[in-house]
Ligand binder design. Structure first.
Ligand SMILES: [Zn+2]
Length: 514
């Protein structure tokens, strides 16, 4: 019997058909770990990025910078990446294919990443043997494991000793440029600096589509503060927000059931050590809710000592439930202390401290850092999976209206009697107002509605004979399939109100009873 399709399968099929995303280099058979965003996908990704700026960066006046993707070896040596950015790999003795050992153990040995994370190289092979895990491709066995460096390596210019790496994250670009950014911000603390850009990780065997990519877009925020003056002045804005935690102490006892705690409580009990970290975690939850992911489909996992990255003093991963892959990390929240600035200060010999006045003349100190970090591609996929719904057997992509690539579709009822010309006028009116507008004049109006629903366009505007008579149009809502009749002249201001969530669909005109 054929397995029913899971959400990933249907979303990917829709993604290919409608131009959201697909595997890159398809005409050459495709290459794992790379995806291409089509016209709608790249728009969705851009909107998500814009929403993130509005929601997460701008309220705190977080500054954004853009640094290069290729980094010289000394930077990543100082940051600890050259030493630490490695994954345990095993090779099939028969077909010679390589796999990430911890992923094999998780997928076929039912081990958690908590269990695999602390394993030594030799015990990885022992565990594979004891679970009788063989090569998923040919059934061969594995003998020895080795550490594989997952940064892409290159040379800078023609000199082979001038090693460069594709950056595995965007954070180091911020740390190495801290001095200038800090000066240009007139030495204020706290100071948030963000970078949204491509990062590269040479994943060993990525088989999870947009969820595990070799080239991806990362959002790294480094929030610098004085460790002796670390109160978050807006913590009350999120004090009553509840988060679902899987706590480290519970994980050690094998309990994965989350506990729901308010931010206030989490800080009082010392579950989250720093107020700024708590603030950013609460905002991360809210952001995902606005993206369409309900509270009970999110959780925060506290990292154990040995699970944390080498720079992290306290870490939580925000996870979202996905149908195929289960709980999947979408953001990481780490307290990096002064680790990075201190390391770069030592390696470069350049002073990266801040200065503060005090009664005895003042002192210099290295700022501490809270880092929220998001994978933008995963967020794009999460938005699609959570938006994908069925209504009367039809696909409706219920993306939040501030994320939809196409905002409006214009439908001339007929291709005659001046309706096309009128529709063209409406199309240009809306384009000039800054909306993204789709045009669809082929097939029955029902077919056109169905196509718009599938790509997630929230509003359809039908131009009919009434439009020619009295200047009104029919607006149709993607989710309720309700219709209203509105005045053409008022359309721009109505739509602006609607897309910034000031107006509901019912506010856009006279409801048409059917
Ligand atoms: Zn094999």
């Amino acid at each position: 019997m054929k397995q029913p399709k899971d959400k990933y399968e249907v979303v990917s099929e829709m993604g290919k058909r409608r131009g959201y995303f697909w595997q890159s280099y398809e005409i050459y058979g495709g290459v794992g770990g790379f995806i291409t965003y089509g016209p709608l996908g790249s728009l969705l990704k851009r909107r998500l990025e814009e929403k993130f700026r509005r929601f997460y960066l701008q309220p705190l006046a977080i500054l954004e910078i853009e640094t290069s993707v290729i980094m010289p070896e000394n930077v990543l040596e100082a940051s600890g990446h050259v030493e630490n950015f490695k994954e345990p790999t095993v090779e099939c003795t028969k077909c010679k294919r390589k796999f990430r050992a911890d992923h094999l153990l998780q997928e076929f040995g039912e081990m958690t990443d908590t269990e695999t994370e602390k394993m030594a190289l030799q015990s990885v092979v022992d565990e594979l043997k004891s679970h009788n895990i063989r090569c998923p491709d040919c059934g061969g066995d594995f003998n020895k494991a080795e550490q594989f460096m997952t940064m892409f390596t290159t040379t800078i210019g023609p000199y082979s000793d001038s090693v460069g790496y594709g950056r595995p994250e965007a954070a180091q670009g911020i740390f190495v440029e801290f001095k200038r950014i800090f000066e240009s911000a007139r030495g204020r603390l706290p100071l948030g600096v963000a970078q949204i850009g491509h990062a590269l990780r040479n994943e060993i065997s990525p088989r999870q589509g947009p969820v595990r990519l070799r080239e991806f877009t990362i959002i790294d925020i480094e929030f610098f503060f004085d460790p002796e003056d670390k109160k978050c002045l807006i913590i009350n804005d999120v004090g009553d927000e509840t988060l679902r935690f899987v706590l480290a102490e519970n994980k050690l006892k094998g309990i994965t059931e989350p506990v729901t705690i308010t931010i206030k409580e989490a800080l009082n009990k010392g579950i989250i050590k720093e107020e700024w970290q708590a603030y950013f975690m609460a905002q991360a939850k809210r952001f995902l809710v606005e993206m369409g992911v309900p509270e009970d489909q999110q959780r925060f996992i506290e990292k154990l000592d040995y699970e944390r990255a080498h720079y992290s003093m306290q870490g939580f991963d925000q996870e979202v439930y996905l149908e195929r892959w289960g709980w999947t990390e979408v953001s990481g929240h780490n307290y990096r202390t002064d680790f990075d600035l201190s390391r770069h200060m030592k390696a470069s010999g350049v002073d990266l401290t801040a200065f503060k006045e005090s009664e005895d003349g003042g002192k210099r100190f290295v700022p501490h850092v809270i880092e929220p970090s998001f994978g933008l591609d995963r967020l794009v996929y999460v938005a699609l999976e959570y938006a994908y719904t069925k209504r009367n057997k039809r696909t409706v992509l219920s993306l939040p209206r501030d994320l939809t690539p196409m905002q409006v579709s214009v439908f001339p009822l007929m291709n005659k009697d001046g309706l096309l010309e009128k529709a063209d006028e409406v199309y240009h009116l809306l384009v000039n107002e800054g909306f993204t507008v789709d045009w669809d004049s082929s097939g029955s109006i029902g077919r056109r509605y169905a196509r718009a629903d599938e790509v997630g366009t929230p509003l359809g505007i039908t131009i009919d004979y009434g439009t020619l008579e009295d200047g009104t149009v029919t607006l149709r809502d993607r989710d309720s399939w309700k219709q209203v009749r509105s005045k053409l002249a008022e359309l721009p201001s109505l739509l602006h109100g609607y897309f910034c969530n000031r107006l509901n669909f019912e506010d856009l005109g006279q409801i048409i009873e059917r």
